[in-house]
Design a protein around this ligand. Structure first.
Ligand code: GLY
Length: 579
């Protein structure tokens, strides 16, 4: 267990007041879910149940991840999808790992300037709303490759629960209803989307009401029966191409026919003896998490304490340097020579540490360009099975409900992932990301992502499965959950719930979740030269699993549950389920 100021105080308190167990004294969150054979953590409780049932009937973690992916497309339509794309990090029970990139690709007719007007200025909304915003979806191909290569169960078995929820419907809880209410105006603009997600009177479905999606059920049934061809070569692709052509898009049949999943080597690094396995380009996530961890490894975070001015200072400075690299140097590996080994080099991290003034905030303008962003409209799930196979999946439509369009008869919401490209160097996208040439639009190219599905191992065994939605904050959310467990001794639920900070070069501000810092810590940081932005809302929705105990202390003592799961307790419809 890390020896920090808090544990030292805890130890003295426990000597003085032997009144209550330390766990209850210090629990800052609900207890994590426990399981001995498997754990599934997703943003929607029905999808978690689907995953657990797959594990119980003999499927492995990859099978469960595929079934959950399809289920979320039905019961969590703001981010779950078959009309978008994502990443799957797999760490097998033998310690080997792999990474599936099924993120969207730019259509063949895409051009670098496709979102600019004749004067070279971005056309408002062009990369966000409607068919021109849509990248070629990858989720169906990704799930099918995962199942065929690494799963054990049939496609029909894994898709049946999703088809059932689409055909028979499901009852909305508070979290589900809130997501529909928040996007009602946008969904109303597309008649096919409105017909599914809004009631005949135009109002969104409310708590206790049933959402039935017959067209989506038919599309899923066709995929279940015929496989990926039903999506990429058959009636579904035809319907999407037809709607795209009629409504200003550029998608063509060859875009679908040529879509291919990439199986890539994950990014790996070590942090204080833990082995991190995460997303490689076209995600920036794994590299930037590792770069920040490499810098932080040189500081005694555990002693400095969670949320202290000294800890926040070094975290922010590490983030500042790493996000400059993210926004200027990284892109699709088929198009860009990413400086992966340089950014992962511990010597490079030391160079960064040497530039950090121990007493003063850095100045972003003194570094290279780049930007800032937030999206809650992605989703992450974490799964581990009885054999110890661990799967982390983050997938997305980009914005909530993607481009807000559904091709008639398909029931499939389409993404607006094209907005993750650089529209024009120096001009921010929806979430304020200001990016460079490495991420410029080219046909068949994949936009740079921040999604960071991550597995941490210790001594050759899985230790933690973690990831989150949150746009460019995905990286810092995932990073902070790891640090909270390893350095600050929090249990997995506390690590996920703990208020976060975020910095990403520009704007030169430290974003702080509500109650993230005490007023005197805020004053100390302001005195060092930091500009704090005290947010009135939380961000992200991390979903994680810790193996061998709920916290490092419990793991070290032995006797904890084998699997301990947690979803951000502020997430209204998510659930961690173990068995
Ligand atoms: N669309 C969010 C991401 O991929 O980072």
């Amino acid at each position: 267990m890390p020896l920090n100021r808090r544990t030292l105080i805890a130890a003295s308190l426990s000597i003085t007041f032997v009144l209550a167990p330390l766990t209850s004294v210090f629990a800052a969150s609900p207890a994590p879910a426990k399981g001995e054979h498997g754990m599934v953590v997703t943003a929607q409780h029905l999808a978690s149940e689907v995953g657990i049932e797959v594990l119980k009937k003999g499927g492995n973690a990859v099978d469960a991840a595929v079934a959950v992916g399809y289920a979320l497309a039905v019961v969590y339509p703001n981010a779950g999808n078959i009309g978008g794309g994502g990443f799957m990090t797999i760490r097998f029970k033998d310690g080997k790992s792999t990474f599936l990139d099924f993120r969207e690709r730019a259509p063949l007719a895409a051009t670098k300037t496709m979102y600019l007007d004749k004067d070279g200025n971005p056309v408002k909304g062009a990369s966000l709303d409607g068919y021109l915003a849509v990248g070629v979806p990858g989720s169906v191909a990704g799930f099918e490759m995962a199942r065929e290569k690494y799963g054990k169960l049939s496609r029909q078995d894994l898709m049946a629960p999703a088809i059932g929820y689409a055909k028979d419907g499901f009852i909305l809880n508070q979290g589900d209803a809130a997501s529909f209410a928040g996007s009602a105006d946008r969904l109303a603009k597309d008649p096919a989307a409105a017909a599914i997600f809004l009631k005949p009177d135009g109002k969104p479905y409310g708590v206790g009401e049933r959402l039935v999606q017959p067209d989506l059920a038919a599309s899923l049934a066709a995929i279940s029966e015929k496989g990926t061809d039903a999506f990429y070569k058959g009636a579904i692709a035809d319907a999407i191409v037809k709607a795209s052509g009629a409504k200003g898009g550029i998608l063509a049949k060859p875009d679908f026919e040529q879509y291919a999943v990439r199986e890539l080597k994950p990014v790996t690094c070590t942090y204080r003896g833990y082995e991190i396995t995460s997303s490689p380009p076209p995600s920036s996530g794994g590299i930037i998490i590792c770069e920040i961890l490499n810098v932080l490894e040189g500081y005694p975070l555990s002693y400095l304490g969670a949320g202290s001015a000294e800890t926040v200072h070094v975290m922010v400075e590490a983030m500042r340097y790493a996000y400059v690299d993210r926004n200027s140097a990284l892109g699709d590996p088929d198009f860009v020579d990413n400086p992966v080994s340089k950014l992962l080099d511990k010597a490079y991290a030391k160079d960064i540490r040497d530039k950090i003034d121990p007493f003063r905030a850095g100045v972003s303008q003194d570094l290279m360009p780049k930007g800032f962003g937030e999206s809650k409209e992605t989703t992450h799930y974490s799964i581990i099975d009885d054999a110890g196979n661990a799967v982390a999946v983050t997938y997305t439509l980009n914005g909530s409900f993607g481009a807000g369009v559904v091709a008639d008869g398909t029931g499939i919401l389409l993404n607006n992932e094209m907005d993750d490209f650089t529209q024009k160097p120096g001009v921010p996208n929806l979430y304020g990301l200001v990016q460079g040439e490495a991420n410029a639009i080219q046909p068949k190219k994949t936009p740079l992502s921040s999604m960071s599905p991550t597995v941490v191992a210790k001594d050759g065994k899985p230790f933690m499965v973690i990831g989150s939605p949150g746009g460019s904050r995905i990286i810092t959310i995932t990073l902070e959950a790891i640090i909270n467990v390893i350095d600050h001794g929090m249990n997995i639920q506390e690590a996920i719930d703990a208020p976060r900070i975020h910095h990403q070069w520009l704007p030169d501000k430290v974003y702080v979740e509500p109650f993230g810092l005490s007023p005197d810590t805020e004053k100390l940081l302001a005195g060092m030269g930091y500009h704090l932005d005290l947010a009135d809302q939380t961000w992200g929705q991390a979903a994680g699993i810790l193996v061998g105990g709920k916290s490092l202390a419990e793991i070290e003592k032995g006797g904890g549950a084998r699997y301990n799961g947690a979803i951000d307790s502020r997430a209204a419809s998510g659930e961690a389920l173990g068995y």
